[in-house]
Design a protein around this ligand. Structure first.
Ligand SMILES: *[C@@H]1O[C@H](CO)[C@@H](O)[C@H](O)[C@H]1NC(C)=O
Ligand SMILES: *[C@@H]1O[C@H](CO)[C@@H](O)[C@H](O)[C@H]1NC(C)=O
Ligand SMILES: *[C@@H]1O[C@H](CO)[C@@H](O)[C@H](O)[C@H]1NC(C)=O
Ligand SMILES: *[C@@H]1O[C@H](CO)[C@@H](O)[C@H](O)[C@H]1NC(C)=O
Ligand SMILES: *[C@@H]1O[C@H](CO)[C@@H](O)[C@H](O)[C@H]1NC(C)=O
Ligand SMILES: *[C@@H]1O[C@H](CO)[C@@H](O)[C@H](O)[C@H]1NC(C)=O
Ligand SMILES: [Zn+2]
Length: 506
């Protein structure tokens, strides 16, 4: 490989030292939003989506879950593209050890088999005991009555994450837990987040439908109910990988960072979640390689998002060890689920006007950028909450402005969203969320293509200048207070550092 200095000097007009500047023919033009947008084609996205699905389907698990052959080959597939662009990007494959989990479970009440599903990181167990209902939503130790000791705790979903409820049940001496939904249908799995937790040890835990929970509650009115919970859990460490690529060109002290997660859940190939984001930023990286940029642009493919934002959290923690490394990231943009079948166009609620969770300073301006982009094209856009369900969280925790785009997961299309975006009212935005049906055939390119164009437009904007964001000086002056504001809001509204796996009530 050629030395990066020479390559950069030849390719980057902006960064070229005088000695190389004569070779004008090899200089790349500065990036322009319209040109990048024009370069986006449905075909390029679709071809890569087929490739990604093939990687999953050529393995026995037919998935791309962290630690699997399907995920390993996803990482190799990404770096294969990056290798072809070695004149333009350097990259690093960052290994880390992560706790993997696969759990199955069954439960009965008064001898009747319940429709149940275990949570990730539930320990194995096989218990029979009385079922005892927990007060309120089971988010406080005081919600767990003394009778929970030695019993199976019956807890409603809602307010706080499954991991907290399970740990509190363990802390109160329960031998197992059953969490019932607070909306229609099965909870359908979810992650507790890797142990340990200060509130207590996890106990075997399954999720059931609201109807099932209510049936048990009714039976408890008439007397004791005996239940069983049986879980079979495989929890072990795996080595897995983040991929971090950065333009050779541009100012490496002022970095635009984009991220998507490269892992899927175990149940399917994860083409929308998050094949769409993985391909979305990869295709953007490919198109960007025809241009020069003022600011360096970093593309990150995170592993272990589905187990609780493991890869992005690990990366931010390692950067934090190097003085000033996090300060160089001026903006983080997240892309997780861009091609949802019953889509919305959503951007993070940076100014907190919709969900009362304000992003770090600068996030409001990014929200405005995306809103204007859609508005100018006559397209509607709505807000999505900084609810800790994707990889921006570790960046936001460090006061880095965050933004991004999202087409919907397990939320319902409300009448209001139906008016704005059409589709199927009352249906889930992605009915195949975390299932085997999250495959190529169910990608919605009517969502993906416009979102991809907005994605590259934001790269052109912020790779050129961060001037539209509050200056570092201004952020420093206000930063601590604004940072606190966000954290305060997050503490008030139960927040968890978890993936798009269902981890808390909404
Ligand atoms: C994934 O790759 C690593 C080496 O990079 C290897 O140790 C591991 O066994 C691979 N996993 C699978 C399931 O192939
Ligand atoms: C859970 O069930 C699935 C489907 O039957 C199976 O492939 C998997 O190995 C089971 N996991 C464990 C930990 O038993
Ligand atoms: C996983 O690895 C960590 C170190 O990274 C270690 O502390 C932990 O005990 C391991 N857990 C298991 C289940 O092997
Ligand atoms: C970053 O490092 C500082 C000092 O070492 C520490 O106080 C802070 O908690 C760390 N933040 C994260 C997100 O790791
Ligand atoms: C945008 O939303 C409004 C309702 O708020 C609706 O009347 C209009 O048709 C929508 N426009 C598009 C392009 O969907
Ligand atoms: C927004 O959150 C703050 C902090 O939690 C709270 O004090 C305030 O009442 C909330 N505002 C609204 C409108 O809910
Ligand atoms: Zn996701």
């Amino acid at each position: 490989m050629r030395s990066t200095l020479t390559t950069c000097a030849l390719l980057c007009a902006a960064a070229a030292p005088a000695v190389f500047a004569e070779d004008a023919t090899k200089k790349l033009p500065p990036v322009k939003a319209l040109a990048l947008q024009k370069a986006i084609s449905k075909k390029a996205l679709s071809t890569k989506a087929h490739e990604l699905e093939d990687l999953a389907y050529s393995t026995p698990g037919r998935n791309r879950v962290m630690g699997s052959e399907g995920h390993n080959s996803t990482v190799a597939w990404i770096t294969g593209y990056l290798d072809e662009m070695s004149d333009f990007y350097t990259y690093e494959v960052q290994p880390f050890i992560a706790l993997y989990s696969d759990a199955n479970g069954t439960a009965t009440a008064d001898g009747d088999e319940l429709e149940a599903e275990a949570f990730e990181y539930s320990p194995s167990g096989d218990v029979e005991a009385d079922i005892v209902a927990v007060d309120n939503l089971g988010c406080e130790a005081s919600d767990y009555p003394d009778e929970v000791d030695g019993a199976i705790a019956l807890i409603s979903r809602g307010e706080c994450e499954f991991g907290l409820k399970t740990a509190l049940a363990g802390g109160a001496g329960a031998v197992a837990a059953i969490i019932y939904n607070n909306e229609q249908g099965l909870i359908g799995g979810g992650t507790l987040g890797p142990p340990p937790r200060p509130e207590g040890e996890y106990v075997p835990v399954v999720g059931v439908a609201r109807r099932t929970g209510n049936q048990i509650l009714n039976a408890l009115e008439d007397g004791a109910v005996t239940g069983t919970v049986t879980t079979v859990s495989d929890i072990h460490n795996v080595t897995t990988y983040n991929v971090i690529a950065e333009t050779i060109c541009g100012d490496h002290d002022n970095v635009l960072t984009l991220g998507a997660h490269s892992d899927s859940v175990i149940d399917g190939p994860g083409l929308n979640d998050d094949g769409s984001g993985t391909i979305g930023i990869l295709e953007a990286a490919i198109q960007l390689s025809s241009y020069s940029t003022n600011n360096a642009v970093r593309f990150c493919w995170w592993s272990g998002e589905e187990f609780g934002l493991l890869g992005s959290t690990h990366y931010v923690e390692t950067l934090n060890d190097t003085a000033g490394a996090l300060d160089k990231i001026k903006l983080y943009l997240n892309f997780d689920m861009l091609a949802s079948p019953n889509y919305i166009f959503a951007t993070f609620d940076g100014d907190g006007s919709t969900f009362n969770l304000t992003g770090p300073p600068g996030s409001a301006e990014v929200e405005t950028f995306y809103r204007q982009w859609f508005k100018r094209r006559g397209l509607n856009i709505t807000a999505t909450a900084f609810d800790g369900r994707s990889d921006y969280q570790a960046f936001a925790d460090n006061g880095i402005p965050c933004g991004g785009l999202f087409a919907g997961a397990d939320e319902t299309k409300t009448p209001r969203l139906f008016k704005k975006f059409g589709g199927e009212q009352g249906e889930t935005l992605d009915p195949n969320y975390h299932s085997a049906l999250d495959n190529y055939d169910n990608l919605n390119f009517d969502a993906w293509v416009p979102i991809e164009k907005a994605l590259v437009a934001s790269i052109a904007e912020y790779a050129t200048s961060f001037d539209s964001l509050p200056s570092a000086k201004k952020v420093r002056a206000r930063g601590i207070e604004d940072g606190k504001l966000m954290r305060r809001a997050l503490e008030d509204r139960p927040f968890v550092r978890r993936g798009h796996a269902k981890v808390w009530k909404v």
